[in-house]
Ligand binder design. Structure first.
Ligand code: MD3
Ligand code: FE
Length: 217
């Protein structure tokens, strides 16, 4: 599939790009809130530090992760799941900051998902050279609910595949402040992130942060 099949449209002063049916890219949607988001992130990470999860197959993920909200996504030798408890601390994940929740719901509404109530925010930290291999997000209960993702810091090339692992993915550049709502017929598409290039971002240095908001339960 080619991206130029879909039109860029100017809407409310924001550039919105339909990547595919159900997948709407809101370029720069989070830029105005970037400092508030990163301040809130600092508080979350102080309570639930980034860590490298192990896949069920025994590989250590190159992307470091944490969570906030009622549920957090975890992976270990026994599998993938959502859990209310951070296995590293034995305590609940930090509460989802109000600035996170507001941004996620505003973006979802902009994309036409009016009843999005995320109970989980997975926080991914990429350093240069790290990547996320092609996967589906299917540990959530209700695939009618979208996922909202927020990119901060260094740019990334996002791989946007089809419903089968073997479908050839498109490449979508994502930069600081870009927000994407992934729902409807795009909800179960395979996706991933190519290795992050070296670079320096004024707010985050040599780092990319991605927040993914989910309704897991
Ligand atoms: C398309 N994160 O955490 S966000 C993930 O940039 C994840 O950190 C990537 O994939 C990142 O699971 C990509 C974009 C994203 C998230 C969920 C999707 C794209 C999606 C679900 C369905 C289709
Ligand atoms: Fe994913």
């Amino acid at each position: 599939m080619t991206l130029d099949m879909f039109d860029d449209l100017e809407h409310g002063g924001l550039r919105q790009q339909a990547l595919a049916p159900g997948a709407l890219l809101l370029r720069g949607f989070a830029v105005a809130d970037d400092k508030a988001l990163l301040d809130a992130l600092r508080d979350v990470i102080a309570v639930a530090p980034f860590r490298h999860l192990v896949t069920p197959g025994g590989f250590v993920m190159s992307v470091a992760m944490s969570n906030c909200g009622a549920l957090g996504w975890v992976s270990d030798r026994s599998g993938y799941r959502y859990d209310a408890i951070d296995p590293n601390s034995g305590r609940h994940w930090p509460t989802m900051p109000a600035a996170f929740l507001r941004l996620a719901q505003d973006a979802a509404r902009e994309a036409g998902f009016n009843r999005f109530v995320p109970d989980a925010c997975l926080i991914n930290r990429y350093e240069p050279g790290t990547r996320l291999s092609l996967h589906q997000d299917r540990d959530e209960r209700d695939f009618e609910q979208p996922i909202v993702s927020v990119s901060l810091g260094l740019p990334a090339v996002f791989l946007f595949g089809g419903l089968r692992r073997t479908d050839k993915p498109s490449r979508v550049p994502l930069t600081h402040g870009d927000v994407v709502a992934w729902g409807g017929p795009s909800r179960l598409r395979f996706h991933g992130v190519l290795p992050i290039q070296e670079g320096h971002h004024p707010l985050l240095g040599a780092c990319r942060i991605n927040l993914t908001f989910r309704q897991a339960a």
